[in-house]
Design a protein around this ligand. Structure first.
Ligand code: FE2
Length: 192
């Protein structure tokens, strides 16, 4: 910072990326999931209720090929540029989560990865919002604000929609609110 001038610096900025994918065959993915969802996957996760499939690694299921390509394009145009990352990191592992009425995901993050993300294969109003929460313990230092903005907010809410893909740094805490509907909320999650 320079002396004797007024200047503001945003420290340690956290980007969250969103893009809607138009050419992913969600129906085909759902058909595949209907086949595998009752297998016993027995994996420890943030899920409270709901179905968490096994973790997939390379080679990923054929049904996820187009989706993974879209994700890699988004990672290239967003975080690889912004973080000035060396090389071209790709998806390390992925899995599906199906939440039905009352199912949710507890607060967690995704160590030791760099970027994590979610693609919504099926999401409708009230099926469970994705909440990013700020770890700054802002409640302990609170004052009152006219409006909430990027400096004073402790939460950022994403209302999922079918076809939407979200990328975020893997160290950011997040959780999913309970599904209030009787319909499946189907998400494809991944770590890069
Ligand atoms: Fe997560």
């Amino acid at each position: 910072m320079t002396k004797n001038t007024f200047e503001t610096q945003d420290l340690f900025t956290t980007p969250v990326y969103a893009k809607t994918f138009k050419n992913v065959d969600n129906k085909k993915i759902i058909k595949y999931l209907n086949k595998i969802k009752h297998e016993n996957h027995n994996v420890g996760t943030s899920a409270e209720g709901g179905i968490h499939t096994q973790y997939f690694f390379y080679p990923f299921p054929t049904v996820t090929e187009t989706l993974n390509e879209e994700i890699h394009k988004l990672v290239k145009e967003g975080p690889i540029k912004d973080f000035e990352v060396k090389g071209t990191p790709t998806i390390h592992n992925s899995w599906f989560i199906i939440n039905n009425k009352g199912d949710f995901n507890k607060p967690h993050n995704h160590p030791p990865y760099w970027i994590s993300g979610i693609y919504y294969v099926k999401a409708e109003k009230d099926c469970g919002d994705l909440i990013f929460n700020n770890n700054a313990e802002m409640n302990n230092y609170a004052t009152s604000y006219h409006n909430y903005n990027k400096y004073n907010s402790k939460e950022y809410r994403v209302i999922p929609q079918t076809g939407m893909c979200i990328l975020f740094p893997s160290w950011i805490n997040h959780f999913v609110t309970p599904n209030k509907t009787n319909k499946d909320r189907i998400a494809y999650s991944f770590n890069i």
